[in-house]
Ligand binder design. Structure first.
Ligand code: PLP
Length: 374
């Protein structure tokens, strides 16, 4: 491929780092000099800061977003014989953790305009075995949590929010992750609040659940060397906590910058024929982890390569829905069964989206798209 000097990446984590390099370096060096690399005041400080930001009583940091989901399910005693409803249009981790615990993921279709679980219809998937629902606030767009919490209450279900792509998003003024019983976050570098390595956290207003997760993440011990349950090793490093403390202070600004990019894209792209621009639900304040359009008439892959020739790099999240993955063949889903998710996986294209994307770069994305589709 020809290296285009004006090439625009789909995301750019390095550029963000350079804007806060001095602060990060100083904090990391301080951790190195302290000799406290696991646990300690930095991790506890971050947990408190994050709990306050999300608006919950408790936050427990862990090693990844995947572990956050796993620990949340374990804290709710979900296992063999239990069904957990979730979306097939997400990253594998959401469903993987359900299967890890020998419970069964029950995939329900998405709503075409939000890419999120079709909440208005989701009650149809509830059976006597259903224990929990995992809504995913995909691409940073909040799920209709009002309707979902009503359904969960009626059927006595636990709601575990997958907030991996939506740190800072809110639904009618409440941050996602504070509305369900447990909110699970990822600090993978490309997420809205990304560390310089792996990291995750759970948020909850239930101190009993928080205490249980705190124990499980540290080998099932509350008191040192007294192991009450089989746990895991899933701690957040002090270096990551120090970095995340700094970055959390910038998150609202960065999310606002993403919103400005999304607004600009939307203004123009909602008029371009052949594509559908993403829409927000009234009441939802998304954080645009991705700006994902639909490309109609089977032209997605063609458009992607055309854009790449013009220096515009894009991503496809996700090319295959989970119910049709080889690993889930045994669940017996058929092609066509969850048709909205299947169609979305053929049509989606995520445009360059990061807070530092300049107006010139935005223009290049928009002009290239218009040029290709005219
Ligand atoms: C990234 C992601 C996860 C997993 O987070 P990790 O920190 O990478 O383990 C889970 N769910 C969704 C929707 C994600 O995007």
């Amino acid at each position: 491929m020809i290296q285009n000097l004006n090439s625009i990446p789909a995301f750019d984590i390095k550029q963000q780092y350079t804007t806060i390099e001095a602060e990060i370096s100083a904090a990391v060096l301080e951790v190195l000099a302290s000799g406290r690399y696991i646990g300690g005041p930095l991790v506890e400080g971050f947990e408190q800061q994050f709990a306050a930001y999300i608006g919950v009583s408790d936050c427990v940091a862990c090693n990844s977003g995947t572990d956050a989901l796993l620990l949340a399910l374990r804290a709710c005693d979900i296992g063999l014989g239990d069904e957990v409803i979730t979306t097939p249009f997400t990253f594998i981790a959401t469903a993987e953790v359900i299967s890890t615990l020998d419970a069964t993921p029950v995939f329900f279709d998405i709503h075409p305009t939000t890419f999120n679980l079709d909440i208005k219809e989701v009650a149809a998937a509830i059976t006597p075995k259903t224990k929990a629902i995992i809504p995913v606030h995909l691409f940073g767009q909040p799920v209709d949590m009002t309707t979902l919490m009503d359904i969960a209450k009626q059927h006595n279900l636990v709601v575990i929010e997958d907030c991996a792509q939506s740190t800072g998003a809110s639904w009618f003024g409440k941050k996602v992750g504070s509305i369900g019983h447990i909110g699970c976050f990822s600090f993978y570098p490309t997420k809205n609040l990304g560390g310089c390595g792996d990291g995750g956290a759970i948020a909850t207003n239930d101190p009993t659940i928080a205490a249980k997760i705190r124990m499980l993440r540290d080998h099932g011990q509350k008191n040192r060397y007294i192991h009450e349950e089989i746990g895991v090793n899933s701690r957040l490093d002090a270096i990551q906590a120090a970095i995340l403390q700094i970055k959390l202070g910038y998150l609202d600004i960065w999310n606002h910058q993403r919103r400005l990019v999304a607004d600009r894209y939307h203004q123009i792209l909602s008029q371009v024929p052949g594509i559908i621009a993403p829409q927000e639900l009234a009441g939802g304040m998304g954080v645009w982890n991705q700006y994902t359009i639909r490309v109609l008439n089977g032209k997605r892959d063609w458009l992607r390569s055309q854009l790449q020739e013009r220096g515009v790099n894009t991503m496809v999240y996700y090319p295959y829905p989970l119910h049709l993955q080889p690993v889930y063949q045994s669940l017996g889903y058929k092609v066509g069964q969850l048709s909205e998710s299947e169609q979305a996986s053929q049509e989606v294209l995520s445009l360059p989206m990061f807070p530092e994307l300049s107006p010139q770069q935005q223009d290049q994305v928009i002009d290239s798209l218009k040029d290709c589709l005219s």
